[in-house]
Design a protein. Sequence first.
Length: 550
Amino acid sequence: MYRNFFLFEKQTEYLAGKIKGADIEQAFTFRKNELTLQLKNPKMLFQVSIDLNFPVLLSAPLSNIRKPKYQIFLPLEGQTIRALKIIPFDKHVRLLTDNYVVEMIFFGRQPNIYLYDKMGQEVEAFKDKAREERPPAKKQIDFRTVEQETIVEAALAEPDQKLEFFLRRLFYAFNKTLLNETIYRLGALPGQKIKELSAETLRRLHTVLSAISQEIAQRKQYLYFEQNQCSALSLFPLRHRQERLNVTVETYSDLNRAWRKFIGLKRDTEALQRLRSKCETGIKKRLEYIERSLQKLQQAEDLKMRKTEAELKGNLLLTFQSQIAAGASEVVLEDIFDGSGRRVRIKLNPAKNAVQNAGRYFNKYKNMDEKKEILKIKKDTLLAELEQMRALQRRLGSGKIAQVQKVYEELEAMKVIQTKSGAAGSGKSLQYAFKRRILDNEWDVFIGKNGANNDLLTFEFAGKRDLWMHAQGVAGSHVIIRLPRKDIHPPQKVIEQAAQIAAANSKARFSATVPVIFTEVRYVSRIRKSPPGTVSVRNEKVLFVKPLQF
């Protein structure tokens, strides 16, 4: 109903008396598709929105608008408003001043606002688009003044026509809300044809339309809420909605107030839907990525079987080396070790002999324990993020706008949703500014990315009792093991793995063994006037570890 002619008609009549004689101080826009006139005598704002989704004609209290304002229609400054009129049965409103006419067109594919002088010459347009020519108006009737005989006569002339099509063709501005309410009050069924209605029902149609007409004329407006969301603004009671479950109604005697609240709530709902959609898309894409990554890890996890197969091929090459032709790229040998007579296909490097090819297979999984360790850390990290994404998904499903906004900010900080803002964030979201690993399925390890990021990690994010690590004597990342409580300490294995990560994220990452110092964060201090990430450390211990390369 909020885009219906009757609403615009009633609001125009209300505003006409309110703004007549007011002087225009300035005309400006601060929101897309919206023109605002600042008035004095009385001091107020006159707002016009030609947004197809939210067409609006409102008055509002004078207030400081914080958003940037762009002045428009400068000739209107100092003009006195003489009248506000609506063209009958059209959402086409004219505001008349001493020397100008502001024409507001809310219909069609190109709604616009035009400024004309007294001679009817266009001075300025709100949108830089050619004016759309209106098709000739249809010959229709005002349902509020129609006679019963006219309805019956028109109905009998079209017995095979469906009732809803008949009503829309016969009456001006008979929108879907009016149609549904009329059919409901009439007791008819959607899709019924005129010939299926009794003569009494056709006569009662006039009674129903008269009742709705009288209700529109009253100083009452109705806001309908379904599932805690504002779903409709109406000039008359919507009985076809009131019988639904979980529907509440607010009644207003001030149309301007009701419309302002409705538009505000609808804008909030639309903003919530856009925000929710962005979150849902971001979460879905991230979940798909995590699941693909876990599948790849699953395929790579069976290292023991791969190592056994590689060692078998190496032993077969050594056993049958005399039978392998030089320069061969492949050979098929019998598995003599299990007695099954199974044939094993083995790929070879033609540039190497049988012994050298055997060595390749023996060395292929030499660092199997280290690879298994890396795979487990990757898997634990992905599983933790998977659970985090699912938790955000659950919060999103039940959250109101404040909750959805928090989820959006968290996804933005995680870079799951890309935005123009490059800020690291604060509080809980700050954790996403760093690289992260999960050790032993429960210990969070965070890794700095550069000098400034190291400072952020150590001095703004980490707790005083968290464990801090750094490769000794070389440039590298600060590494933090988060402690859930100060009385809980990570096991030695986790400390060693974190030290290996610190070594791998340093200039010494290609060394066989790297000394890594560690201590509690409270014993780490900035060095005045030193480059970012430079610190002094007390009470440190040293571990000698092999870098764990990811």
